[in-house]
Write a protein that binds this ligand. Structure first.
Ligand code: BG6
Ligand code: MG
Length: 230
């Protein structure tokens, strides 16, 4: 993204910018995968990266349900809770050493750009570890609102997380723009009547209004165009 001073072509408005966390701001998807893979191995089956794609954006409980379905295994409620806690302890170990180096390319640039334009920014994540991670990578203070896995009762693709963010930002859903790397997240943004921007592969995220491989591909012109929409 370039930041040269340019003629003001657009009449900018206040929009709500909502960012998913895992896979959009930081590459924690790899840590979730490692922890789930180890759990599957211990339970006696293989869990592939391709299968992991289905878990992106999905809550911890739903993730374990899906994994057990893949392994064709059923657990007692007690064992289920234990396995979920064990996975989270391993995941927390991975994120313990995280720092600013793990922020994905151009994320700080885009956040600072939006802050400079006085655009409201919220997190919209399924993770209950979201605040811990944002603190680790020193980005917590960039957000006007945080909505995470502790604040919702229905996970993505349900739009609850994004609708809550829109409320906190005091921006109508149709004026909100969501950045998401997960199919379930794109579907949640669409269901919330927001503009969905997929970060990742076009083939996977084809339901999104726009798809970019990462933030380095997003231009100032594109951002200005979004902000000037009626
Ligand atoms: C999402 C991830 O952001 O958070 C999922 O994409 C994860 O893979 C979900 O399962 C819940 O995360 P946590 O940190 O609460 O286990
Ligand atoms: Mg994600």
């Amino acid at each position: 993204m370039q930041f040269h001073i340019r003629e003001k072509k657009y009449n900018m408005q206040k929009k709500g910018f909502i960012f998913d966390l895992d896979g959009v701001i930081v590459d924690t998807a790899k840590y979730h995968y490692l922890a789930w893979k180890n759990l599957a191995t211990e339970l006696g089956f293989n869990f592939t990266e391709e299968q992991n794609e289905q878990l992106k954006g999905v809550s911890r409980i739903k993730s374990l349900e899906k994994i057990l379905e893949i392994g064709n295994i059923s657990l007692s409620d007690d064992e289920f809770t234990k396995q979920m806690a064990k996975k989270n302890i391993e995941y927390l170990n991975y994120i313990e050493t995280m720092n600013e180096d793990e922020i994905l390319p151009d994320v700080p640039k885009i956040l600072n750009y939006l802050i400079g334009k006085q655009q409201p920014i919220s997190l919209g994540s399924a993770s209950k570890n979201a605040r811990t991670i944002l603190e680790k990578v020193n980005l917590l203070n960039k957000f006007d609102a945080i909505v995470d896995g502790n604040d919702v009762t229905k996970g993505k693709p349900n739009p609850e997380v994004f609708l809550k963010a829109s409320k906190l930002l005091k921006v109508k859903p149709e004026n909100c723009i969501v950045f998401e790397d997960a199919v379930a997240g794109v579907q949640a943004a669409n269901a919330a009547n927001m503009i969905s921007i997929g970060i990742g592969e076009q083939d996977v995220l084809h339901e999104a209004d726009y798809v970019f491989n990462d933030f380095t591909e997003i231009s100032v012109e594109f951002m200005e165009e979004l902000m000037s929409r009626k």
